[in-house]
Ligand binder design. Structure first.
Ligand SMILES: [Zn+2]
Length: 260
């Protein structure tokens, strides 16, 4: 009797285990097989200088991370069509600053709205707006939202090396925000002992911008948060020039973003 009960119980358990194993294998092979289209790779190669300088293996990793990012964030055009090129440039901007952190996702981002150029000035958006509203990240009720201008997105990649990239700028604000505040100090990525020296570096460099003695975008004078975002744009777009002109800041940003 007990044997019969055991067999009756064993049947559904066996079915479940077999189903689970098959399902898991299917999922795994799906993950392994998934690759970025040739068209997507060509866009990265043509548009993204950071990607171009990666080794073959790192390029594959970068492509996978872009795909994962595009899976998790909804991107919609507002009065503008979004092309594959836009998707790829947005994904690249998201991955560049966090490429060293293998498991990083953006917990504070669900939606990106892409506007044709500068935003409608009557558009109500709670959050912080950048340089003639080329990009912004939402706060309060708009938490999890980002707005980018399509023209600023393209411009950021077209002029690689000029130190300006609006989309990277906005993602750096989101990274800064993961500790709760957009204040220019990414506490999650900075050693505790590094916070005060980094704040001092920011203060010194903002004074240099004010005295017209720095080539970091004057928008960085607005606040430490803006300074961190514009300095990071420059750091990722033209690391050689940044290293030459700002060796101490270069060391700090290399540590923060774990770039070698
Ligand atoms: Zn900003």
């Amino acid at each position: 009797m007990l044997g019969k009960v055991f067999i009756i119980l064993l049947i559904p358990v066996t079915i479940y285990v077999v189903y689970y194993l098959l399902n898991r294998t299917a999922k795994n092979s799906k993950t392994i097989k998934r690759v970025l289209s040739d068209q997507g790779k060509e866009i990265l190669e043509e548009e993204v200088a950071y990607y171009r300088q990666l080794s073959g293996q790192d390029k594959q990793e970068f492509e996978m991370r872009c795909l994962k990012f595009l899976d998790t964030v909804k991107i919609e055009g507002v009065g503008v069509e979004i092309e594959l090129k836009d998707y790829m440039m947005i994904a690249a901007s998201a991955i560049i600053p966090i490429f060293a952190f293998k498991n990083w996702t953006y917990p504070n981002l669900t939606n990106i709205m892409v506007y044709p150029s500068q935003f409608n000035s009557t558009y109500q958006f709670e959050g912080h707006a950048d340089r003639n509203i080329m990009g912004m990240v939402g706060e309060g009720a708009m938490n999890g939202q980002m707005i980018l201008s399509k023209s600023a997105l393209a411009y950021g990649f077209k002029n690689a090396g000029d130190g300006h990239n609006t989309a990277i700028h906005e993602f750096v604000h989101l990274i800064d925000k993961t500790d709760g505040t957009v204040d220019g100090i990414p506490e999650n990525l900075l050693d505790k002992t590094g916070v005060i020296p980094f704040m001092n570096l920011i203060r010194e460099e903002i004074n240099k911008i004010k005295a017209n003695k720095s080539d970091i975008d004057a928008y960085g004078m607005t606040s430490p948060a803006e300074f961190f975002a514009v300095a990071s744009e420059y750091f990722f777009e033209n690391p050689e020039k940044f290293k030459l002109n700002h060796p101490e800041l270069y060391r700090s940003l290399s540590e923060i973003f774990e770039q070698s």
